[in-house]
Design a protein around this ligand. Structure first.
Ligand SMILES: [Ca+2]
Ligand SMILES: [Ca+2]
Ligand SMILES: [Ca+2]
Length: 268
């Protein structure tokens, strides 16, 4: 069925306004299409978002050093908990190339309570001010720091980011995971370089940001032919309730008995 003309016009206008107002903002902080969901924290639930890509293979590692890094080198996800919960986050690199990305990301991620602000222009509701590293609010924040930074993203601690509307939010660091042999990233890595890294965190009710980036520090060298390549990956979230202390003891006991039984049954 052909689209009615007004639908075409609307699509075209939307495309035009995107081109006019948000094209330079393409790499700014947006969670669109990357909301991992809202969870009550009482029942087990989860989801996976695939077909994502990170720009470069070094953003997380570069943001974990002393002069922090560029938030454009992270892919930003969000999720919300209505109660305290156990949250397992897993980032998996695509093994091979797609039409829009290459394989081989060495994934690293950090989790923060809070989200980067987006402000809607009160006089022009079609225009949103997204957060980014060189916005007026972020620039003022950087100037307030006692040391020089490459960008506002701190992969291993709190940081703030804001927009040109003046809004600035602090993101409170709660944890990280990074893929790689135990020796890389100063011993921070998960010990097995398999293109995948995962972390379970006990989190309170609230809205969180998950920033995913590459963990290969040397990939930022200008001689790297894949310096600005898009690296494919997917992100999974699994939320479950926090076990009651008694229940945890019993289930640990049960698991112990089970593994003992399995071991006894194994041939050697
Ligand atoms: Ca850096
Ligand atoms: Ca750097
Ligand atoms: Ca791993």
């Amino acid at each position: 069925m052909p689209k009615p003309i007004h639908a075409f016009a609307r699509t075209w206008l939307a495309a035009l306004s995107l081109a006019t107002f948000t094209l330079p903002a393409l790499a700014h902080v947006s969670y669109t299409g990357r909301d991992l969901g809202t969870y009550d924290g009482l029942t087990a639930a989860g989801t996976t978002i695939s077909n994502q890509a990170v720009s470069g293979n070094y953003g997380w590692a570069d943001a974990a050093d002393a002069d922090w890094g560029d938030s454009h080198k992270a892919k930003w996800f969000t999720f919300t908990l209505n109660n305290d919960a156990l949250v397992t986050l897993t980032v998996s690199a695509n093994a091979s190339a797609t039409s829009t990305s290459i394989g081989g990301l060495l994934p690293g991620f950090s989790v923060y309570k809070g989200i980067a602000p987006t402000s809607v222009d009160p006089l022009n509701p079609g225009i949103s001010y997204l957060s980014y590293d060189t916005s007026t609010a972020s620039t003022a924040y950087k100037a307030s720091l006692p040391f020089a930074v490459e960008g506002v993203w701190n992969a291993v601690g709190d940081f703030a980011i804001g927009n040109d509307f003046g809004a600035l939010n602090t993101l409170s660091f709660v944890g990280y995971a990074v893929d790689g042999e135990g020796t890389v990233q100063g011993g921070m890595a998960d010990g097995l370089r398999d293109g995948r890294t995962s972390k379970t965190l006990q989190l309170g009710a609230g809205t969180y940001s998950l920033l995913v980036g590459g963990a290969d520090y040397d990939a930022q060298l200008s001689t790297n032919p894949h310096l600005a390549a898009a690296y494919g990956m997917s992100v999974g979230i699994q939320v479950s309730s926090i076990p009651e202390p008694g229940t945890l003891g019993l289930s640990a006991l049960g698991l112990g008995a089970l593994s003992l039984a399995v071991r006894r049954r194994a041939p050697r």
